[in-house]
Design a protein around this ligand. Sequence first.
Ligand SMILES: [Zn+2]
Length: 354
Amino acid sequence: MAEAYRFRVNQHGPAGSPVREAFVPGDPRPGWVRLELRAMALNHLDLWTTFGLPGYPLPLPLTPGCDGAGVVAAMGEGTVLPPGVEPGGSVMIAPGLSCGVCPACLRGDDMLCPAYGVVGHASDGTAATHVLVPAANLLPIPGNWSFEQAAAFPLVFLTAWEMLVHKAALRPGETVLVWGGGSGVGSAAIQLVKALGAQAIAVVGSEAKAIRCWELGAEHVIVRGDLKALSAKVRELTGKRGVDVVFEHTGAATWGTSLAVCTRGGRIVTCGATTGRETSFDLRMLFAKQLQIRGSYMGRREHLWTLLSLLQRNSTNPPFRPVIDKVFDLAEYPEAQLHLEAGQGFGKVVCRIS
Ligand SMILES: [Zn+2]
């Protein structure tokens, strides 16, 4: 491989401001590996690394990037690889980092570990030609997926699975309102809702994105305009009943509508607040409708293995796949951040690493 380089956030700034620098990739410590990356995918967490998060200090300087795929180039002393992963083999990265020895980790709730962090926040991330990660974070790449597809998969599918299956306890036949159906996590959610035997009503910002949501298996798609009209449309589509589950990640702008469109006993699960993190609401709505509100952040690393086995068992007709919006070269990582921030694409923004 040519020159090793990475992008660095030396101080917080606007999207697109990480700086490229040459570096010497370190040697992995016991239990860790060094990957030669072939692709990385961006998430909103990349933008948080760049902007900085109030009340959540990050260890600068830092290389952003939570998702990546590549080959195992070096192993720390005594390192054991997961099933299906070999030295020199192709892998994708589970993005969550945890201690592995606390009670939460021992019962598999690694995302509740007091030491939980994400690659690209708690350690140098994947906007680089090489990255160091624990061997426990490696997964084989399914079927004939490209490195770009593999990089676009873990974070959003893990997040959406945790929200739908474990936080919302989604049941077959139920209806889910998916905000931001064109986002990485939204496009994953639409497919998982269908794979779980439920129905998605996707909300998007344009007709072009609506067509893509239909193709992913959304039962209904609403092009977002006036929120009152949107509530009325959801009532109409659900026979005045409302939806069983709201898949929230947009926050302040949509929160009131999320409460309004939920049926009695409905569940709202949120993993983000891209339109704003502060909101207020009428508590009567919460108790009178007996709603459940659950926060969610990432998910159990083990769930990625569940998703892999679902793909392997249905390899001729996979029930879901990562949706790629645009592929940049890693050298263009700052431009890729600006593209993600603009929010006009459909699916994941990926960088190829050549
Ligand atoms: Zn732990």
